[in-house]
Design a protein around this ligand. Structure first.
Ligand SMILES: [Zn+2]
Length: 210
């Protein structure tokens, strides 16, 4: 797994970490190595723009974002090419599953709205491993829907930079991107590469000492 430097309370799982959503042994192993609870909160991810506030573990229902102010409660999303995004504030954290459809529907703005609805401020955002513009070939319709300029794959074809699309929706926040492409990096599942049903997990939590 990857724990981004300078940001406590975030871990981006890799293929070898298994699927902590469905496999309790994988969840226990990842939890033990991170020294966090193995009771995590999840959702049924539906590529929409629903963001749920939670204060207890378990399945919170349909949604693609979770927000919590509950200290030490791990909240998680799974992805394989889509963008895992973590929003952080002083006493609040959010994890969001952002595919191009969700971004187009406004899930980034919705997560920010829910996060800040109690007066909290998003003061840092971390973008995890996702399919990069190096590999994410798309049609003109995706570029137009997202309202960004087209990028180029390493093969010279038209692509989209999902992280850039997310940054434009967070104009006032410091955004860090771990800069890993799931499609060409073998440590990660890539739906585009193999149509795999498997996913890696992103987990975030508020550290008791932070
Ligand atoms: Zn790539």
């Amino acid at each position: 797994m990857i724990t981004p430097e300078g940001h406590s309370g975030i871990a981006f799982g890799e293929t070898r970490d298994g699927n902590p959503r469905s496999d309790s042994n994988a969840r226990l192993a990842m939890s033990e190595s991170l020294a966090i609870s193995n009771s995590w909160a999840f959702t049924n991810q539906i590529h929409g723009r629903i963001v749920l506030s939670v204060d207890e573990p378990g399945n919170a229902g349909d949604g693609d974002g979770l927000v919590t102010s509950k200290h030490a409660l791990p909240i998680a999303m799974t992805t394989a090419d889509c963008v895992p995004v973590v929003l952080k504030g002083r006493e609040r954290v959010s994890v969001v599953h952002c595919g191009w459809r969700g971004i187009a529907q406004g899930i980034v703005e919705e997560a920010t709205r829910v996060f800040e609805s109690d007066g909290s401020i998003v003061d840092a955002v971390v973008i995890g491993p996702h399919i990069g513009p190096c590999c994410y070939e798309v049609g003109r319709d995706v570029i137009d829907t997202l309202g960004v300029s087209a990028a180029r794959t390493t093969r010279g074809t038209r692509s989209v930079d999902l992280a850039a699309a997310i940054r434009t929706r967070l104009p006032t926040v410091e955004v860090t991107d771990v800069g890993i492409c799931t499609h060409h990096d073998d440590r990660f599942h890539s739906f585009r590469e193999s149509r795999t049903p498997l996913r890696q997990v992103t987990v975030a939590w508020i550290q008791k000492d932070s």
